[in-house]
Write a protein that binds this ligand. Structure first.
Ligand SMILES: Cc1cc2nc3c(=O)[nH]c(=O)nc-3n(C[C@H](O)[C@H](O)[C@H](O)COP(=O)(O)OP(=O)(O)OC[C@H]3O[C@@H](n4cnc5c(N)ncnc54)[C@H](O)[C@@H]3O)c2cc1C
Length: 806
């Protein structure tokens, strides 16, 4: 055992569990059965000091860090592969002060433990609806529960936290102490540190409350949702509950004909005098007749367990959620349609009414906002057999897509999987997100706490805290200098990628001398490059002054599954720098500067004149496709796409990925001969046999064969309007009746990324990025119309086009 690890065992009060140890498999398990990850070490923390040791150990060894409390996060980020996992469950103490109605709760306690202790004194705080859920993850994501309309969200009753930072400092944060940090932890998740103690304000609840389930048969579902919507519009704060779309259990209390069938259960609760509740809830209970009405006086702790029979740990879980701005009848029709055709008996959907106390808290009081929505819909697909995964996921996505038009545009981060940075930004809105990024830079500049709904410290478009400004622009020069320095950062990164520093660190930290020898550099100068890059999150120094990887530097390595190393090297190519040095020429003349620099077009240069640059270009595009394709496939269902033509998609692996996921589809890659010659080998390796052809074509004029679906993956932006319209026309002519075009593009929406990519297209190709309206015009010119625009979790958007006469 390496000595540092054995010291860790000795230094901590808790214990360290490794692969092969008796309880390793038990401790690494989480609620979502889809997650099967193997950390290098599980540190069972017994104190804040243990947490600090665990963090320091992970940082010293350049290992990813994760924090586990109840293990209910559907992303499974609480446990990561080859990481140090801080398991807080031994820190599960709950201390109640009944006189002051205060609770001190350990960072590893779950809701069953907390509720049981508080209910001994008839006290509670809004808590999770399943008792094994962790207090920590739920509260840091804000926390929704049956009591939320009466007492607000869980975080609304949070008074303070004790937290261990990335540097191992133990801080207290409250309204009066580290107040900005306290603002951030209420909704900002585990981004800023590990919470070891939560202090809550408790409220009198129960111990007996009125509550239970009223079950209705399928034919009443639509009317019931309407009834619930109208009832909740004027319901007092004391009413809590949700509509639960479930399959009726095989229990004696369920009539035989209804067992296993989709039913809707109105879960109702009244947190006031029971007699009063009977009157208030009457309209919901007398609507009917229900299959079964089980509303009755019930212990609050039992109400908290009401949904447990339908939530088994270890099932496959895939979740989506949306805050709904309204619930019109068409939205209800979608909910009925999907919940009545649910593909698994375990799957459930909750429609939760909001409002009441939670809506009265100032939206800016803390990181969590999104208080204006009247409903939150949570689609929880659960199934047992991994073979059903595709069917389940596609049902969930279709359902989600159907309700998205009614969304506020925000999602509840506690209820969703990894849906990407844009979704996280949308959950907070731009201003709060910027504030959170500033907080992240202050408390976790190296993104040590990255295993969560992550707010990266380097998030773009976030300026430094305007502390140097006096509000009248007197310090604007500093802001301008900061932007001008962007060139230095970009160049330093490109050189680091070229020197393969990240690859050298893959095996663990290295001394500067070792690294300089391996990379062929002057040690002192390399040290300066690394010091500069470490200020923006790339590379760090261990306590022994070795250089180690960070999550950001790791993806510069070609060995990383989501590597962008080739992209960094491509952007650092001489020809790219030379072209950008001529940006002014492009701006003055509207021509691609690169043509001047190279004396030929980019395509000609890459195809024939410089094979090494061509190979790097291929590698970079293939690398980018690796993660962009996933976001495209997550956003769009290609089943039933028939024969698919991927036009100019040679370097992308999108068509291969589509066909690999659906054996009923076939396709053809149509590209210039210089590209098809290169990709034939890759296509053969994909093992798709005669389902995938590769055909030469001049797509600017016409396509050589007809198809049901034509994919244009990041193609149109390469071309000026006339050429792009020509490509679209060729596609329309090759479209079979009823067919569709799926164009993948980054749309100009005023954000920095698309706007600067537009300049790249100007300089290199004479192409351009376009807005949704410009795209619609281009499609119109080519006899097509855009029927749908679908966002993905990456910057890419899908434009679904049909022939105008279709
Ligand atoms: C069956 C089920 C029912 C649920 N019901 C509800 C509900 O009623 N209301 C609701 O709001 N949500 C609910 N959730 C969602 C739940 O709140 C989130 O998934 C939450 O993240 C789970 O917290 P946890 O501690 O159990 O999870 P974990 O998986 O252990 O942690 C999730 C993340 O939280 C962070 N984290 C955990 N502990 C700490 C800590 N001590 N300090 C800092 N960061 C930490 C880490 O980033 C970690 O990746 C439910 C989830 C499940 C599976």
């Amino acid at each position: 055992m390496p000595s540092d690890e054995s010291t860790l065992d000795n230094r901590i009060q808790g214990s360290v569990v490794r692969p092969g140890d008796p309880h390793y498999d038990e401790y690494r398990k989480v609620f979502n059965g889809m997650i099967d990850r193997r950390p290098s070490l599980i540190v069972r923390c017994a104190s804040p000091a243990d947490v600090a040791e665990g963090i320091a150990h992970a940082r010293r060894h350049g290992l990813p860090l994760s924090v586990r409390s109840g293990g209910h996060g559907v992303t499974g980020d609480a446990v990561l592969d080859d990481s140090v996992c801080l398991d807080l469950r031994p820190m599960n103490s709950v201390t109640i002060d009944p006189d002051r109605r205060r609770a001190l709760v350990g960072g590893g306690a779950n809701w069953g433990e907390f509720d049981a202790a508080a209910q001994e004194y008839g006290l509670a705080v809004t808590g999770g609806r399943i008792r094994s859920t962790g207090v920590a993850g739920l509260t840091l994501g804000s926390g929704s529960g049956w009591l939320e309309r009466k007492f607000g969200l869980t975080c609304d009753s949070l008074l303070s936290v004790e937290l261990v930072t990335a540097d191992g400092d133990v801080l207290r944060a409250s309204e009066t102490e580290n107040s900005e940090l306290f603002w951030g932890v209420r909704g900002g998740g585990g981004n800023f540190g590990v919470v070891t103690t939560f202090e809550f304000q408790l409220h009198p609840v129960g111990p007996q409350v009125l509550g239970g389930l009223v079950m209705y048969p399928p034919f009443q579902v639509a009317d019931l949702i309407r009834q619930f919507r109208d009832f909740m519009a004027t319901a007092p704060d004391e009413v809590g509950g949700a509509l639960a779309f479930i399959s009726a259990p095989d229990e004696p209390f369920v009539p035989e004909f209804a067992r296993g069938k989709p039913v809707v259960g109105a879960t109702l609760a009244y947190f006031g005098p029971i007699e009063e509740g009977i009157e208030v809830l009457r309209p919901m209970r007398e609507f009917g007749p229900p299959v079964r009405d089980m509303v009755a006086p019930i212990a609050y702790t039992d109400l908290q367990g009401l949904l447990e029979p339908s939530n088994h740990e270890g099932m496959q879980n895939y979740w989506k959620a949306e805050f709904l701005a309204e619930l019109p009848d068409e939205a209800i029709d979608h909910i009925v349609r999907f919940t009545q055709t649910v593909p698994s008996r375990l799957t459930q959907t909750l429609l939760m009414p909001l409002g009441g106390a939670l809506a009265r808290v100032d939206n800016n009081a803390m990181a969590f906002g999104q208080r204006e929505a009247p409903f939150n819909i949570h689609i929880m697909s659960m199934w047992e057999d991994a073979a059903d995964t595709e069917r389940q996921i596609s049902w969930t996505r279709e359902f989600h897509r159907a309700v998205q038009p009614y969304s506020t545009g925000g999602a509840y981060l506690n209820f969703i999987g990894n849906e990407g940075g844009d979704r996280i930004k949308a959950a907070f809105g731009p201003e709060k997100y910027e504030r959170l990024v500033r907080l992240k830079r202050r408390y976790d500049p190296s993104n040590v706490f990255a295993g969560n709904q992550n707010i990266p410290p380097q998030a773009e478009a976030v300026e430094e805290e305007p502390k140097e400004t006096d509000g009248q622009g007197h310090f604007a020069p500093l802001a301008v200098l900061e932007l001008l320095n962007g060139m230095w950062v970009a160049r330093a990164l490109q050189v680091a990628a070229h020197l393969r520093i990240a690859e050298q660190l893959a095996g663990g930290p290295r001394t500067l001398t070792e690294l300089a020898t391996e990379c062929g550099c002057d040690p002192a100068a390399l040290g300066r490059l690394i010091s500069a890059l470490s200020t923006v999150g790339f590379f760090a120094r261990t306590a022994e002054d070795k250089i180690q990887q960070t999550p950001l530097s790791a993806v510069l390595s070609d060995d990383h599954p989501q590597s962008v190393g080739a992209v960094a090297r491509l952007f650092g190519s001489n020809w790219q720098w030379q072209a950008w040095s001529q940006l002014e020429h492009s701006v003055r003349n509207g021509e691609p500067a690169l043509d001047q620099v190279l004396g030929t077009s980019l395509l000609e240069f890459l195809d024939t004149m410089s094979p090494d640059d061509g190979a790097l270009f291929d590698q970079a595009m293939t690398g980018l496709s690796r993660f962009l394709n996933r976001t495209i496939l997550n956003a769009y269902d290609f089943s039933g796409a028939g024969r698919i033509a991927d036009v100019s998609g040679g370097h992308s692996t999108l068509l291969i990925d589509i066909l690999a996921g659906d054996p009923s589809l076939s396709g053809v890659l149509l590209d210039r001969p210089a590209i098809t010659a290169k990709v034939r080998g890759r296509v053969r390796e994909a093992g798709l046999g005669d389902r995938l052809d590769v055909v030469d074509c001049d797509f600017l004029r016409s396509l050589p064969e007809q198809a049901d679906t034509i994919v244009l993956n990041r193609v149109l932006h390469d071309w000026d309007d006339d050429a792009a319209a020509g490509i679209l026309r060729a596609c329309r002519d090759a479209l079979r009746p009823g067919g569709r075009i799926v164009a993948v593009e980054q749309l100009m929406t005023g954000d920095k990324r698309a706007a600067f990519l537009d300049l790249q297209m100007l300089v290199l190709r004479g192409g351009r990025e376009r807005s949704r309206e410009e795209m619609a015009e281009l499609f119109g010119r080519s006899g097509l119309r855009i029927a749908e625009t679908i966002n993905t979790t990456s910057p890419m958007c899908l434009l679904i086009g049909h022939a105008l006469d279709d």
